[in-house]
Design a binder for this molecule. Structure first.
Ligand code: BG6
Length: 485
């Protein structure tokens, strides 16, 4: 745990991720007293800016700054720990300048045990030169610790991911590396461990004997809007399924870890992922949105190549070959430009044995990750009155109602704090990434047309629930609609 003498360097400090996520998270930690004592933050990017410009940018996404005096005051004091250095990503001399700046700040600390944390909020193109330059010019062997925090995309398929990992490894050890998948920092994803292993009733029903099928769903109500050029290189599977949804799946399905220790948790995640074979083509449905309701289609985005077959919607079904899960379909589905914003896990249980109750609704456990965090269980109960009839109803744990005062932390807040504490539990280990790519690489190569023509995604209107083929796709895996899923 880093208590003092720590400098955090945010590289890519003028970019979107830093502005929208990294700095607001750092501010929230600062305000709650979670940053190490005397912590300083350095922004680094190519853009030339003076300190006030940088301060303005770094604090522009902090919420409620206008109408809350405490927040406004905290922002003013947060600014005093910020400094900025402009420099190139490929140029060693620029990193010497950054080192000079670091040493200047460090000379004011009493201790020589100084920690340097480097947060790379950067595009993949400069990832390797920055990892290398940081190690060669800004690593302090006499420091307390040196750590590097990195963000996806980690490659585009198994081979490119291995290249990337191995190159970064030449400079930064696994222990020093914190690979972010921000879904692992989300409150409800962290709750999965508690729901599963702190409840005997849940644990007892958590397998193929009770569960019919599982859906993990990601829906966004907006399209790529100007970001299409970037998105087109990756597509929906790389953007969300291969990382965020697969991470949720692994926590949902792993065996109980021996302890809360990071390696115990990650060992179990890797083990369950290794039991999943590569996805089959006929377990996959791909879609692309078209213009509707006055909203542009994907191909209308000027940054997208004409005739692109890139999927903006994907549903894939995964199978886990182990004694707990054999035969249970896990449907991962994600789409842009849909009718709502929602991320949830929906576990549908099997039918009760027929006999006294026929055609009765199935139990479903829904874990709503966002928005409006909730866990609810659909179960049948007797209709009140002088006759016996079952009616589907709900046991409902909606966070807003149950935890009135609770503030749910942003994923990035939780993860940056973990990285400062040196806790790797919620970061992606190298072998976890490797096995994730093994599962998805064949289907991605098919979509990319590596060995033949590219498959054409079916179309769906902007703002709809997804391709019309989706309903039949889900039913194929045994999902019975008795709800508003
Ligand atoms: C990112 C994807 O990793 O996750 C984006 O690149 C997506 O396309 C985002 O919008 C979703 O994150 P969240 O936290 O808003 O669910």
């Amino acid at each position: 745990d880093l208590k003092d003498n720590t400098i955090i360097v945010v590289l890519g400090a003028s970019g979107d991720l830093a502005k929208k996520k990294t700095f607001p998270a750092l501010f929230a930690l600062y305000r709650q007293g979670f940053l190490p004592r005397d912590c300083k933050i350095i922004g680094y990017a190519r853009t030339k800016m003076d300190k006030p410009d940088f301060e303005k940018r770094a604090t522009s996404y902090i919420k409620n700054a206008e109408d809350n005096k405490d927040i406004a005051n905290a922002i003013e004091s947060f600014k005093t720990i910020l400094t900025y250095v402009a420099g190139d990503y490929e140029d060693g001399a620029a990193f010497d300048k950054l080192r000079g700046h670091l040493e200047g700040i460090e000379s004011s600390y009493q201790s020589k045990e100084i920690n340097r944390i480097f947060y790379l909020a950067l595009p993949p193109t400069v990832f390797i030169p920055v990892a290398k330059n940081l190690k060669e010019h800004c690593y302090n062997p006499k420091a307390g610790v040196n750590r590097i925090i990195i963000e996806k995309p980690f490659g585009k398929d198994l081979d490119s991911a291995r290249d990337l990992l191995n190159t970064v490894k030449q400079y930064w050890s696994e222990d020093e590396t914190f690979r972010i998948d921000h879904y692992l920092g989300k409150e409800m994803v962290k709750n999965l461990l508690v729901l599963r292993f702190a409840n005997i009733a849940m644990g007892a029903a958590w397998d193929k004997n009770s569960i019919s099928n599982v859906q993990i769903t990601f829906k966004e109500p907006f399209g790529t809007e100007g970001r299409g050029g970037y998105f087109d290189e990756f597509g929906m599977i790389r953007d969300v399924l291969q990382n965020h949804l697969l991470q949720v799946l692994s926590v949902l399905t792993m065996e109980r870890p021996v302890s809360f220790a990071a390696e115990d948790i990650r060992d179990e995640k890797v083990k369950v992922l290794r039991s999943i074979p590569p996805i089959e083509r006929n377990d996959t449905l791909l879609g692309q949105y078209v213009s509707a309701n006055g909203k542009p289609g994907y191909l209308d985005d000027e940054t997208v190549p004409p005739n692109s077959t890139c999927p903006t919607f994907a549903a894939t079904t995964l199978w886990i070959h182990n004694p707990r899960w054999e035969g249970v379909p896990f449907i991962l589905k994600a789409g842009k430009a849909l009718n709502e914003s929602k991320v949830e896990v929906r576990i549908q249980f099997k039918d009760v044995t027929q006999g006294i109750f026929k055609d009765i609704a199935r139990n479903e456990l829904v874990i709503r990750i966002q928005p409006n965090e909730a866990v609810y269980l659909k179960l049948n109960s007797k209709t009140p009155g002088l006759y016996t009839r079952a009616i589907p109803t709900e046991m409902d744990l909606t966070y807003k109602r149950r935890f009135l005062e609770a503030k749910i932390p942003e994923a990035y807040e939780a993860l940056i704090l973990d990285a400062l504490r040196g806790d790797h539990s919620n970061f992606v280990r190298h072998d976890e990434l490797d096995v994730a790519w093994k599962i998805f690489t064949p289907i991605l190569h098919w979509i990319d047309g590596v060995n033949g023509p590219r498959p054409r995604p079916v179309s769906y209107p902007y703002g709809s629930r997804g391709p019309k083929e989706l309903e039949a796709f889900i039913e194929k895996y045994g999902y019975k609609r008795n709800s508003d899923a």
